[in-house]
Write a protein that binds this ligand. Structure first.
Ligand SMILES: CC(C)(COP(=O)(O)OP(=O)(O)OC[C@H]1O[C@@H](n2cnc3c(N)ncnc32)[C@H](O)[C@@H]1OP(=O)(O)O)[C@@H](O)C(=O)NCCC(=O)NCCS
Length: 210
């Protein structure tokens, strides 16, 4: 039943492609009604929201999706896809996701409070495929939950891959590919991301992310 409704939603969405504001507000409410998304306080939604997984998405209070002054406001979407029935995405209160952010959870992706997530950031908790070419499309690819602490700033086009835990207050530089834990209060950048500094006004980086 839910799959049928989702298919109808997809068609409605395509039909309304010319009226983005109406589309984003109304479809977000329909998705809430379908049980796929819950929020503590109605989010501010500046871009189309794709939220088509079978799992659950939870938004805290005052979450903002999309930013009018950031690039690619009009030709993309925010994707929050909790892919399977047990998959979970949680976004803490006061966190802002810019345009074209993609979060896909097979198990779980949790983002803390008061975070800033730049445009075109990608967060995956799974590789989605195996390394071995013979079994590359087999089920159960490597998958590990991703956790981002509170007050983390993730620069544009960064990627966070499976299993990473980012400590509170940290900064992920633009374009970084994060494949290992990020200590709290640290600045990381590069591919793969390495610690390149300490966030001013915080204590020295602590090795174990909170
Ligand atoms: C991380 C960041 C905040 C650091 O700014 P900063 O403190 O002024 O950094 P600096 O330019 O002084 O560089 C400090 C060091 O980090 C390195 N560095 C800076 N940005 C980097 C990046 N994106 N990737 C890799 N290394 C980087 C510099 O090469 C320099 O290294 P060095 O000391 O060996 O010379 C900034 O580079 C950044 O990525 N900002 C994100 C902006 C963004 O995406 N905004 C929109 C989304 S909200």
């Amino acid at each position: 039943m839910k799959r049928r409704v989702r298919n109808i939603l997809r068609r409605v969405r395509a039909a309304l492609a010319g009226n983005a504001r109406w589309r984003r507000l109304v479809l977000a409410r329909w998705k809430r009604w379908l049980g796929g998304i819950e929020w503590e306080g109605e989010p501010s939604i500046e871009v189309p929201l794709r939220c088509d997984g079978a799992g659950k998405v939870f938004l805290g209070r005052s979450v903002a999706l999309g930013f009018a002054l950031a690039p690619r406001l009009a030709d993309g979407e925010v994707t929050l896809q909790a892919r399977y029935p047990d998959s979970r995405i949680g976004i803490g209160s006061g966190t802002h996701l810019s345009n074209n952010v993609t979060v896909i959870a097979v198990t779980s992706v949790t983002i803390g409070r008061d975070c800033l997530v730049g445009d075109q950031v990608v967060i995956f908790d799974s590789d989605f495929h195996h390394l071995d070419p013979v079994t590359r499309n087999a089920p159960n690819p490597p998958t590990l939950p991703v956790t981002v602490g509170d007050r983390v700033w993730i620069g544009s086009r960064a990627m966070l891959l499976k299993g990473v835990r980012v400590g509170d207050n940290s900064v992920i530089a633009a374009g970084a590919v994060v494949v290992a834990d990020v200590p709290a209060n640290s600045i990381v950048g590069g591919v793969p991301a390495r610690v390149i500094g300490t966030v001013p006004g915080t204590n020295a980086p602590t090795v174990t992310p909170s």
